[in-house]
Write a protein that binds this ligand. Sequence first.
Ligand code: HEC
Ligand code: HEC
Ligand code: HEC
Ligand code: HEC
Ligand code: HEC
Ligand code: HEC
Ligand code: HEC
Ligand code: HEC
Ligand code: HEC
Ligand code: HEC
Length: 325
Amino acid sequence: MRLYNLFRRIGGIGIAGLIFGLAGLNNVHAAAPAGSPPGPEVCKGCHENQVNSYAASVHGQKGNLKGPANAGECSTCHGNGAAHVQAGGGRGVGGIINPGSKSVPAKDRTATCLACHEDNRTLAFWDSGKHKKNDVSCSNCHSIHGGNILKKTDPSISPYVTTSKQLQYETCASCHKDIISQIRKPSHHPIIEGKLKCSDCHNPHGALSKAMIKSESVNTLCTSCHADKRGPYIHEHPPVEGNCLTCHDVHGSQHNKLLSQKVPNLCQDCHDWTRHPGTPYGAQRGFPPAGNTGRQFVARGCLSCHNQIHGSNASSAGRGQFFTR
Ligand code: HEC
Ligand code: HEC
Ligand code: HEC
Ligand code: HEC
Ligand code: HEC
Ligand code: HEC
Ligand code: HEC
Ligand code: HEC
Ligand code: HEC
Ligand code: HEC
């Protein structure tokens, strides 16, 4: 405060302004020899599409005070284009930077954007994310000139929706083909229908959790939407408390209800048949010659009776402990 007053008394603001001004000028000189960068109107002659798409985007808006429009326009991301313009343009001509080009290291491509977006809340764990570690950069997913916030690199006609709006998963599709084939299985989370986005469960910008999920554990993620499965129940089924994915495949499955296997096989991975009536096969019985697989032929629809499979609040007298009610 004291210093400030002092400055005011001797007209320090003017002096400071001059100093900062000179420093700024110095930077420009260091970056490119040709003086202040040419504005969009110069580029427009040859790159009309890019100039228009930029102007229409959030980055091109003057009202967006911290955006590129107030920070050097095109030069914010492409560097000083003066030499490029002088030479009549061309790929790699005049030291023009293309932050979408594979010849620019991913680290540098990303740095262009992080210069402004570093303190963005969703980017807080960018460094620990799988994408950064695998050289995926911002412009692999984001479209600066495409007229849409997200890129759609693998255009497909989707028969599952009646909207022409771009669905987020289409941005992930070009790289995560295995996941995309799962979300098209008969039982699936409604992602292709546009009711759920990948980013409802994942943070594509990085997270500390396994597979960059948005919660600290799989179960807290699932129960954030499926609250009825959270419990606590009077009678708990231990695998449910443990991990929902013991029985479910999250992206898609050929079995009903996203189950990883069919009932009764699912149950019989852990439970034998001893307490149920019937004539189970063993080494001597069942399919010849060696039919002992530990599976039974009766009461295979376990869920017909054990229908509260995630846990029950019925009393023990009412057989709640067996999840039959
Ligand atoms: C916020 C950063 C940013 C700003 C500002 C920006 N661009 Fe771009 N530009 C990019 C990125 C990233 C790419 C790579 C294309 C992609 O991956 O979407 C690109 C691509 C281009 C290309 C195409 C390169 C090619 O591969 O053919 C041209 C031309 C271009 N920009 C011109 C401009 C002009 C002119 C302006 C100013 C009106 C501008 N850009 C402003 C980030 C920016
Ligand atoms: C006289 C025409 C002309 C002007 C003016 C011009 N460019 Fe270019 N620029 C080109 C041509 C031609 C290419 C090569 C495009 C291609 O091969 O598809 C190019 C390529 C680019 C690329 C891609 C570079 C690469 O190595 O991939 C960027 C980015 C770019 N220009 C940005 C700008 C910016 C920003 C401005 C304004 C400061 C500008 N250009 C002004 C003609 C021009
Ligand atoms: C000069 C600073 C600056 C640079 C450089 C910059 N941005 Fe931005 N960007 C902004 C500001 C400011 C906004 C407005 C929203 C906000 O405050 O986050 C924004 C918004 C966005 C949005 C949200 C758009 C929307 O419609 O919600 C995305 C996505 C984005 N930027 C991606 C990028 C990418 C990718 C790059 C690098 C190629 C980049 N930005 C470079 C300042 C910048
Ligand atoms: C793997 C794909 C992917 C990568 C890589 C990626 N993003 Fe994103 N980004 C997304 C998705 C998906 C959204 C959410 C869009 C929506 O709301 O539908 C998003 C949203 C944003 C937003 C707007 C909303 C917010 O979170 O504030 C900004 C800004 C942004 N990204 C910047 C960046 C920057 C900067 C980088 C590089 C450091 C980057 N992104 C890398 C996929 C990606
Ligand atoms: C309903 C929540 C949810 C949605 C929606 C979702 N995921 Fe996942 N994803 C998960 C969970 C949970 C895991 C596994 C975490 C674990 O194994 O601990 C996972 C794992 C992954 C993995 C790691 C590899 C693997 O097969 O386990 C990738 C890659 C992935 N998801 C991509 C995607 C993409 C791309 C989308 C959108 C098409 C998507 N996810 C939609 C919850 C979801
Ligand atoms: C340019 C290619 C590319 C795009 C686009 C892309 N990813 Fe990835 N993603 C990768 C690579 C490479 C990895 C690391 C290798 C792996 O685990 O498959 C990865 C890893 C992941 C993981 C962590 C997997 C694990 O085992 O930890 C998740 C989750 C994920 N991506 C989700 C998404 C989502 C959601 C989108 C769309 C918004 C997306 N990705 C778009 C390339 C991409
Ligand atoms: C962001 C919200 C959200 C999260 C998180 C979520 N789900 Fe879902 N889930 C849904 C929606 C929406 C449906 C479709 C409901 C419908 O169609 O009525 C659904 C349906 C299901 C179904 C029934 C599928 C069918 O074929 O009927 C199962 C099983 C399921 N989810 C399990 C899980 C598991 C396990 C997790 C955690 C890995 C999880 N969900 C995380 C929103 C979510
Ligand atoms: C022991 C295996 C098992 C575990 C573990 C498990 N489930 Fe299930 N889940 C099932 C079975 C079996 C069904 C089919 C029930 C039916 O068809 O009546 C099912 C059905 C569902 C459904 C769709 C029908 C409904 O009741 O809404 C949802 C949602 C669901 N589970 C969520 C979860 C969540 C969330 C978790 C983790 C907290 C979880 N499941 C853990 C076996 C399991
Ligand atoms: C990953 C292993 C696992 C799977 C899969 C599994 N369970 Fe369980 N289940 C357990 C464990 C552990 C207990 C607790 C046993 C105990 O307390 O003695 C249990 C308890 C039970 C009980 C109560 C038994 C009692 O004595 O209180 C019933 C009934 C049951 N499970 C039915 C099923 C059915 C039906 C399925 C298939 C939909 C299934 N379980 C799938 C591990 C599993
Ligand atoms: C016709 C209805 C019915 C069907 C079908 C059925 N159960 Fe049961 N189950 C019961 C009843 C009732 C009990 C409680 C028995 C008791 O009171 O001791 C029970 C008990 C159990 C127990 C606890 C046994 C113990 O040792 O305490 C398990 C585990 C179990 N069932 C698993 C299964 C599995 C796995 C399937 C499918 C292969 C299945 N059940 C099919 C009715 C059924």
